[in-house]
Design a protein around this ligand. Structure first.
Ligand SMILES: [Zn+2]
Length: 93
């Protein structure tokens, strides 16, 4: 019998939320672009490229340009972020 190495890896998915235009194109504090969007994130430890152990289930705000991320818990927290965006947008005009 030959030795078969077990290959561990990590697999993750970002599923985009579609919550309407109010929750799109948030300001990114890292790269200063308006492209942060809410995503549902899932991370698994995989063996032989098959996802086995869940590591993380959650909702995040994600910037596709610089990969900045921040967790958020629920809709009210997202609404708070959306309200802050309105203030940021007003300051920049
Ligand atoms: Zn960014």
């Amino acid at each position: 019998m030959s030795f078969v190495p077990i290959i561990f890896g990590k697999k993750d998915w970002d599923n985009e939320y579609d919550l309407g235009p109010k929750y799109k194109n948030f300001y990114c504090p890292n790269c200063h672009n308006y492209c942060v969007k809410p995503v549902k994130r899932r991370e698994f430890i995989s063996i032989w490229f098959i996802p086995i152990f869940p590591m993380y289930f959650g909702k995040q705000l994600m910037c596709p340009i610089c990969n900045w991320r921040q967790d958020f818990k629920d809709q009210s927290q997202l609404d708070k972020v959306a309200a802050e965006q309105v203030i940021i947008n007003k300051q920049q005009q």
